[in-house]
Design a protein around this ligand. Sequence first.
Ligand SMILES: N[C@@H](CCC(=O)N[C@@H](CS)C(=O)NCC(=O)O)C(=O)O
Length: 219
Amino acid sequence: MIRLYGVARSRATRPLWVLYEADVAFEQIPVIQAYRLAEPRAAGAPLNTASPEFLAVNAQGLVPALQDGDLMMTESLAIAWYLARVYGGDLAPRTPQEEAMALQWGFVGGTAVEDAGLRITKAVTLMGYEAAMKDPAVQADVAALRRPFALIEAGLEGRDWLLGDRFTVADIMLAECVRYAQTATELLAEYPRLSDWLARAQSRPAFVKVMADRAAEPA
Ligand SMILES: N[C@@H](CCC(=O)N[C@@H](CS)C(=O)NCC(=O)O)C(=O)O
């Protein structure tokens, strides 16, 4: 049985999305982030990223982690990729060229979008949209995102999905990184194809189910 460690209020959304798309049975171990608990090391604290039992699974103390038979792995995008390859059918790339492009989009998400998007969303949550957009650090992140967003906008010309006419793990990997920047609404509006693609991806039942899982967890 596939075992996924991590709550839905974490990057575990990425493997969860693949698992729901593929309709595969799995067991979820709801490991919560230690920083979300007042006393993560106290006796009786819920299983968390600082719990010795979880550190034996992932010495970094980060979720998600995945166990599938003898395979034990970390890194949400790599886990999503693996699950798509083994269980995802058409979610997986079919040719070396599709594989190359899927990796390209995953790396764009993980290296050029995710961190800036997270910082923007944290700032918006903390200060509110108007104040955050006036903050020089946020403005720098918004400016930096214009590069990958321009690439995505160009990559989506004449196609609904990153690899063409079918939804794949490439869309999941990149959409999950772009989601972090979604609070930058005016920035996204500059990129209509990217915005439409994100809306299309996020209207899929599997994504809606992941978001329902998140909403059912304590904030
Ligand atoms: N690059 C890693 C990042 C994992 C990560 O930062 N996970 C966060 C939750 S989304 C975490 O476990 N934080 C717990 C902590 O910092 O103690 C991945 O994509 O899996």
